[in-house]
Design a protein. Sequence first.
Length: 642
Amino acid sequence: MDDSSNNSMRLLLDDSLYDSMVKLEAKAKEMLGDVLEVVQTPVPKEVKLIDFIEDRNLNVLTLVYHSIPILSHIMNTVENIDFTVFIMIKKLSKGARLGGTGGRGQFSGGSRFTGGGMTSRQDTITDLEEDLVGSNSQFYETTAKSLELMISEFMHLKQNFHTMVTMLILDSQNLTVEDPETFNGLRDDGVVYNPQARQTEVAKLAKAVQDSLATQSMENDYVYDGNLKLITTIHDLELQINLLIESVSQLKEQRTNIMNYCSRLMNTDFNVASLFIAERHNTMVSSVVTAPSEYLFERNSTLEGESVPWFMDLDDEEKSLIYDSSGLKGGSVAGLVAKLVDPVMPEEPEFVDTMLTFFATFTTPMQLFTLLIDKYRLDLPEGLSYEEYNAWLEKKFKPQQTRVISVFEKLFSKYWLVHYTSDALIAKWRDFVDSSPIISQEQRNLGMLVMEIKTQQEYFDCFGNGNPEPIKVPENPPSPKADFQKLRDVMKIRLLHIDALELARQITLIQFSLFSKINRTDLIARTYNFAKVLKDKDALKSSKNIANFIQNCNQITHFTICLVLARHDIYDRRDTIQYFIAVAENLMRMKNFSSMTAIISGLSSTSISRLKKTWELIPKTVLLNFHKMDNLMSIGKNYSER
């Protein structure tokens, strides 16, 4: 694949892409309809035939010419659809190592499953290998098999679309020639490197087949009628567009189903977050390009409206940051650090919190320390007058040093992870504070104390874990909604004896005890590229609280499936399904969406959803509530349902 192809942006296979293709289809059919209308216009009696044909052909060629950009847009869209999820599923179904050195399989990247590969994005997939390889081989295999025919059909339809667009151009041009076979003379006879090869039996047979096909082509009824041929081509092209978009719709649904399954099951062996991130990496522009909706921030005045002297302006690195209407969009690490310690602009708490929390996902602690220290040791601009020097010293140099020290204090006291510590980093900090007399002994000791801590729990004991304080609840909790008479004999307890609201409450209490233990470290440890940046294979193991929470959600899912399937009578199964739907509704009212999703996932599983006769007994109002909750947690609209 050439460089231009590598740098093209992949398109996420979601609802917005499908909707855009439907709009393109409508526009293309409208323009092709105009071509058909002109071609099928009868010759007026008062107009000479030759004049009419010349004028009509010109109109046809013009309309076809104007339709090419729309058709090209459709072509580029289907060529650049991102199939990251399908690629990974296929590779994992074969037990292959993602990004291995072996030959490229059928799934090689983007929408090009044969031929070019994901040369520029292979590293992204390689980084996710350890996240995805796990105990889901059966899921990988069954899903990959269901994808085979769909992918094959998509590739076939895409090639047919290319062919039909080419035929549209040739057939429209063919109207302007007297002999419809004129363009056949442009065909190349082919290069024969070995004339003796023509004498082999295989070559003779191939020549005979070629001649036979050429004869059949000449005998087609429409080949000598350019008008009829163009009309047929347009109808075929419209059909191909429709079939192609239908194929895209099926692939979109398949991707949604895969991602829904993975995200709802919350299997710790299958890190669905890695799939999301891999897709986002593949569907981002490979180089920073300033779009019309983006702009580079420039400081032209202070908050008081006064003009900013040149020596107080933004650093070059900070000027490179890209903004849009919602705020900062991206930029270099050096630019982000420059913004972090900029003494002229007011401090942005949200930016500081985000930067110090997630910096390890895109840089290293050593690089962050180096950039901060460079900003502390700010170089004096050349050509300053005495008055300008004093202004720079008081308004730029000293305040920036104060900002740098403040950032270090916040990093050490609130955002530090023990995985950041290294001998080189300790030496870096010691050299910095030894050469900076204005840094207090307390600030020096803070850094040394933090970097001597061995475990994250020890750090939390000293500085806290960053979790918000629990919200105080009323002293008198609601009375349990349960029939204690029926629950007295443990051996005779039945699921339906427990009130749906009470079960939802108890599930929520259990889940909250697990959820409240999740801290900032657990979340960051699950962040993409964290272990790679720190070069620490044990970094991800620190997220045991998340693993426990996920395990509990999976237990709820399996509990739901087990109790439904344990009922042999169809009416008992119906009542059990209705009961779990009621529990899920109560969980949703409590805003316990994780437990609600776990139950809905169990009811949506293949084992339960295949019970068609049982589902037919569920009242429509109950089914409606079930589908609302199912759509609420659908990944297709990015959890945006209300």
